[in-house]
Design a protein around this ligand. Sequence first.
Ligand code: DX5
Ligand code: ZN
Length: 220
Amino acid sequence: MIILPSLYNADFLRLSDCLTQLENAGIEYLHFDVMDGNFVPNLGLNLELLKQLNQQTHFKMDCHLMVKRPETLLNRFITGGANMITIHAESTPQTYRVIQEINEHHILSGIAINPGTPVSAIKELLPLVDVVLVMTVNPGVNGQKFIPSAVNKVYELFAYKQKHSDCHYHIEVDGGINDQTAPLCAKAGANMFVSGSFLFSGDRIDNQLEMLVEAINKKS
Ligand code: DX5
Ligand code: ZN
């Protein structure tokens, strides 16, 4: 199980304190939301921050590109220090080529699907990717309510992987993940959990993290 704190939700006036807490809690990956104000309405984190994190911390960076035509940004994020790049199935007609390009750089590749996009839309990509990101809210805004029907896609992806030996992807969920919703996703087969407002909402990140991990382990 991998917990990926969504940095977009951090208190940026206390960022170094947040990062220290995450490091002390044993976090390996940070989820880094990139938004273009076009594919999604908001603007997200920028490349300069990624470069600084890459140079000054030990975290691996999971870059979630919520942008139209992500192929135009790929090289900059790769040289900026991304360890994993996830693009959206809805963001370009060239998903296959973009995933191939990410794989050629020997970093992890991911394909994300919005709540309205079925698993069938990405079937051709499944043998190629390291991660499938099932959006459990509409992308682009933090603090939204979890969409329960998205869990069916996690079940479907898990079953598909069991049947197809050429597939090795992890199943990541993102949006409204907390101690109530994460266990539902874990039960369905998700093993990567992005959490934003839940993790960063309490006084202490490590307490929130512990609650989340405990809830996932119980899969209540
Ligand atoms: C939403 C982003 C998420 C977001 C998660 O579109 O992709 O990573 O920051 O925040 P919460 O956990 O609050 O939904
Ligand atoms: Zn995200």
